[in-house]
Design a protein around this ligand. Sequence first.
Ligand code: ADP
Ligand code: MG
Length: 369
Amino acid sequence: MIEIRNLNKTYHLKTGDVKAVQDVSIRIGDGVIYGVIGYSGAGKSTLVRCLNLLEIPDSGSVTLEGTGEITLKGGKPYLDGKVMTPRQQNSMRRGIGMIFQHFNLLDRCTVFENIAYPLRHTGRSRKEITQRVRELLALVSLEDKIDVYPSQLSGGQKQRVAIARALAAEPRVLLSDEATSALDPEATESILVLLQDLNRKLGITIVLITHEMAVIRSIADRVAVMEDGRVVEEGPVYEIFAEPKAEITRKFVSSSLLGKLDRLIAEDSDLVKVQPGEKLVRLMFRKDCVGEHLLTTAARRYGFDLNIILANSEYLRGNPIGGMAGIMSGDRENIEKGIQFLRQNHVSTEVIRDGDADGAACAEPVSVS
Ligand SMILES: Nc1ncnc2c1ncn2[C@@H]1O[C@H](COP(=O)(O)OP(=O)(O)O)[C@@H](O)[C@H]1O
Ligand SMILES: [Mg+2]
């Protein structure tokens, strides 16, 4: 279990203070894959670096299984009421492996040497180290690359080596900071499958930092959404997808399910233009309302038309979830009633453009449920 309480980190720059992490409190259960999503600059990397004290937070506390509660006072970490010694910090860090976007491999060393690196000075014999490196390479399906150099590997293979190295000291936790962001879609998929596999096989807790909702959707159990150093929303991935509450979460979710909609709006495509009496809406369906003919019922009952522009549905953790964007037209009052009906039936309904509002071309959402 990892528990972060009221964590703060501010960078003091000549140009002013940057509050990179502000009052963050999250709890990460043992053996889960916990996602942290946010745009660039949201504070994700700072948060994970604070977790293993690569960055010393200003205040708050971090409780780690096997170490205890580390409290931060005056820019120093305390354990059991005393300032942590470098030895204590190192021992804590050994319990946490880390992988990055750019792999951080030693280019002049072979795959074997890269993975063996964290095993030096651990009292193991050369034979034991070789044995362990082979085990780790088997775990990431790269046994045949033991003697090659990083430059001879693809991006996905480099990340596998980095994962093997991160696991060398048998950490309880693996921090992945944008580990798939430099990879093509196929390699991304294979690394995500590997991470999920390691999570199941080894029971290792994974903290998955990313700016892509597709990554979260694919393997995370829970997710925290960060904006301006704060966690603005947190919960099980299905719940966050089905009923995103914060504006930024809605953006992430809809870009994942209805990727093209934002582009159509940005391009001011004819498809998303609304006339007086029309509303451009974005609907999100969850497991308890997908499949019921709610839309048809609403359209019949209230006599509006819906011209569908985009629709997508998929399974998330075995449960269906769907998104749809379209233009509603008809009597204004009936459209309003139809929207109320959909919302009452747990269809998250967002009016993106209102043909009757002032400045109807405005792309900002005007109302949200
Ligand atoms: N070492 C640093 N010194 C000064 N500012 C930093 C440093 N690291 C990060 N920041 C600033 O803190 C904010 C959060 O950055 P970061 O944690 O890297 O965000 P993310 O990983 O979500 O992109 C940004 O405004 C960034 O410029
Ligand atoms: Mg980052």
